[in-house]
Design a protein around this ligand. Structure first.
Ligand code: GLN
Length: 236
């Protein structure tokens, strides 16, 4: 690994990797390599402290019990919070939104203190949200519809410091009746979209990469298969 290698942190894939969200790190690496950058994925398992020095971080979804283990680990080793504090981009999927909030309640009603990177709280809803989700982004720099697959019971309420990622056009999203999906606060971005989200949403992948590299834009990639996947998913 050279000094210019872009290092992508895949945070706790052993407990927060239930839904294939590790694919998001693979997408980031591939989009970097196709543009001539050296890029590596650094896996951070539950047996290791979280480093604060990586260029971009991704966290996946998880079941309630795994989510609790991850919360404890991130509180014990605050490398992710330190990295976010210096503006490193972070992508948090589903359970990871809940973990990074102030607190979340599990399906059995237990309240767990979160990491506090997001001004959000999460409580279980009556009905599990499962199925395709699509949104129109509300974040400057993103213009393409977002697509993913949601599977969660938690409903996430945004506080004043947290902005939504998108407005729901299909599916449930954050699940508290406000028609919003996801959360953006500083350099940290959360979404209920599995899929993996970045395979379906290349614009979102490049949004994170621009911040990781400190550039305004990246050369476009011509990937007809990705365009076709998006067409199929947005039609579904
Ligand atoms: N356990 C959480 C919920 O049901 C998160 C699930 C997930 O990450 N898919 O809301």
């Amino acid at each position: 690994m050279s000094e210019s290698t872009v290092r992508i942190g895949l945070v706790l894939p052993d407990v927060m990797g239930t839904y294939g969200d590790g694919g998001n790190a693979v997408i980031l690496r591939q989009r970097l390599r196709m543009r001539g950058h050296d890029a590596e994925i650094v896996e951070i398992p539950l047996t290791e402290p979280v480093p604060n020095s990586l260029d971009v971080y991704t966290l996946g979804g998880a079941e309630d019990s795994a989510q609790r283990l991850a919360t404890r680990h991130l509180q014990r080793y605050p490398g992710l919070q330190e990295a976010a504090g210096r503006g490193a981009p972070v992508l948090a999927i589903c359970a990871a939104i809940q973990v990074l909030g102030h607190w979340y309640e599990t399906s059995s009603g237990e309240r767990v203190d979160g990491v506090g990177l997001f001004d959000v709280t999460t409580s279980p809803q009556d009905k599990r949200a499962i199925g395709e989700v699509a949104t129109q982004p509300l974040v400057p720099g993103l213009s393409q519809p977002l697509t993913g697959f949601e599977n969660h019971r938690g409903g996430t309420k945004l506080g004043g410091d947290a902005k939504p990622l998108g407005r729901v056009t299909k599916g449930v999203g954050n699940g508290v009746g406000d028609g919003l999906e996801g959360v953006v606060q500083g350099s940290v971005l959360g979404t209920y979209m599995h899929g993996p989200a970045l395979a379906r949403n290349p614009e979102l992948a490049d949004y994170l990469l621009c911040r990781a590299l400190g550039v305004d834009s990246l050369p476009p990639l011509d990937l007809p298969e990705v365009d076709q996947l998006r067409r199929e998913r947005l039609r579904a």
